[in-house]
Design a protein around this ligand. Structure first.
Ligand SMILES: Cc1cc2nc3c(=O)[nH]c(=O)nc-3n(C[C@H](O)[C@H](O)[C@H](O)COP(=O)(O)OP(=O)(O)OC[C@H]3O[C@@H](n4cnc5c(N)ncnc54)[C@H](O)[C@@H]3O)c2cc1C
Length: 462
């Protein structure tokens, strides 16, 4: 393990709305926080909102905003004020002595204070084709996604039998033409009042002792297949929306045995509603300790509380080493650059990163160098995570490599020809041969290893 020689003021673990807000406040207090973004353990950088499309209820965006874009903005704001990011999972956290220690990416970080903002993940059924229909009919949040135009006046289904499932089924009757509640048992686990409300609602049909076993549709969910628990018979239920309400799993593995957790694994605050935990210097923010509200705005609010509490604690303990700023106002956050697909006029054979099928065709046929093709889609959160990492590696390996980005929504025929079934997908070609491909996010060093393999003389001679 490599050990960092300095002791941080504050490490924030997790990069959802809670983590970025905590980091923003701490950075503005000149604490130069280190934020460990998370990578695979418990979600991708940016957290749960990276897996959704439109966020309509975060204040300040009257037209709504795409989840990944909102998280890009939160990240940019936290970084602008001096947050340092470590794109890795925190693998271990030792709270038994101070300074606390965190193992991440083979390094030991020491810190006086910690904010745990590792979130919670909605449980999934892990059905075949679930990834394909995720955010294209399937959602884990009726409060967030229920009003989506695709669900309006359409039949919808909710899976689950507890309070959340009943609440969601009831709420969805506002939007859908009819709501089907799929319950595994012969009765509801929900509170009596909630159960009665659902049972009395003629816009809700309950499918007792059934489970969802398959999904159907093209670019959006069209039907689900239900199986009866007892006799095994199956029925097809046409629905445009399927909402999971089968619980959440908080990401508290790091503090198990060190901090009190409730029966479902949520962190228990020292006092309800306060950002402190039972260990001084350790604070919580967001869904990790919130079994009830689980919204982006509540996560951000508790991130703010945790950072202010951490700042006060560090000051009281005389531990804070603040950084001084050269100018009171930091530089502006970089504005995301909008690229257009290359055309005959704009195409360049030497450009490192271009867009669209014109550039793809030209480079595929004419370039002597390996060609990286990244297939993306506008609402794809993991694409937002992967792209800057991939871009940086391509820049590091320049001029031996080129990259082209294909928006599969704009150019579906290209994705079809390439056999791409989801985003992000990466394909690397050399001499018109596919040399490697993968789907999903990867850390920068892993991307570099993959691309270096293709660039190695052995590989090139194949
Ligand atoms: C599909 C979907 C749609 C939603 N839509 C809305 C909506 O429209 N409006 C709304 O208000 N809310 C919505 N929500 C809920 C909202 O996303 C959450 O309430 C919010 O993201 C919680 O923020 P958080 O920062 O606490 O945790 P998260 O967003 O879960 O972020 C947790 C972070 O911790 C990181 N992490 C986990 N383990 C580790 C580790 N060991 N080391 C380092 N990092 C780690 C993860 O990588 C992640 O970055 C939605 C949720 C889902 C799933």
């Amino acid at each position: 393990m490599v050990s960092s020689s300095t002791t941080e003021n504050l490490v924030v673990i997790g990069s959802g709305p809670a983590g970025y807000t905590a980091a923003l406040y701490a950075a503005r207090a000149n604490l130069a926080p280190l934020l460990i973004t998370g990578f695979q353990e418990g979600g991708i950088p940016g957290g749960q909102l990276m897996t959704t499309t439109h966020v309509e209820n975060f204040p300040g965006f009257p037209q709504g905003i795409l989840g990944p874009e909102l998280m890009d903005r939160m990240k940019a704001q936290a970084v602008r004020w001096g947050t340092r990011l470590l794109d890795a999972d925190a693998d271990q956290l030792d709270l038994s002595q101070r300074p606390f220690t965190i193992q991440a990416q083979g390094q030991t970080q020491r810190t006086h204070a910690v904010i745990l903002a590792t979130g919670a993940r909605a449980n999934r059924l892990h059905l075949p084709q679930e990834e394909r229909f995720w955010s294209r009919g399937i959602s884990a949040c009726a409060v967030c996604d229920g009003a989506t135009p695709q669900f309006r006046h359409e039949p919808l289904a909710v899976v689950g039998g507890g309070d959340s499932a009943c609440e969601e089924a009831h709420a969805l009757t506002k939007y859908g033409s009819h709501v089907h509640l799929v319950v595994r048992r012969h009765k509801l686990r929900a509170s009596k009042a909630m159960a009665d409300r659902v049972l009395a609602n003629d816009q809700i049909t309950i499918h007792w002792e059934h489970e969802v076993v398959a999904l159907q549709g093209d670019d959006w969910l069209a039907a689900v297949e239900l199986r009866h628990h007892l006799d095994g018979s199956t029925t097809t239920l046409p629905v445009r929306g399927l909402f999971y309400a089968i619980g959440h799993t908080p990401n508290t593995g790091l503090v198990q045995g060190q901090l009190p957790l409730d029966g479902e694994g949520y962190l228990v605050p020292q006092q309800p509603g306060q950002p402190d935990t039972v260990i001084p210097g350790v604070f919580w923010a967001g869904d990790v300790a919130d079994r009830r509200w689980r919204q982006a705005v509540t996560a951000a609010a508790t991130g703010c509380q945790a950072a202010l509490a951490a700042e006060a604690w560090l000051t009281e303990q005389n531990l804070a080493v603040t950084v001084s700023r050269k100018t009171p106002e930091p530089e502006s956050a970089p504005t995301p650059q909008k690229m257009s697909p290359a055309t005959e006029e704009t195409y360049s054979p030497t450009a490192l990163w271009q867009q669209g099928s014109y550039a793809l065709r030209r480079l595929y046929h004419e370039s002597m160098e390996p060609l990286v093709v990244m297939y993306t889609a506008p609402g794809c959160g993991p694409c937002h995570v992967l792209k800057p990492q991939l871009r940086r590696v391509v820049e590091e390996l320049a001029p031996q490599i080129h990259a082209v980005e294909i928006n599969i929504e704009a150019e579906p025929h290209i994705a079809q020809q390439a056999g791409v079934s989801g985003t992000p997908t990466i394909q690397v070609f050399h001499d018109k041969e596919l040399r490697c491909q993968w789907r999903g996010v990867k850390q920068r060093r892993m991307i570099r290893t993959e691309l270096e393999k293709v660039l190695s003389p052995d590989h090139q001679q194949r």
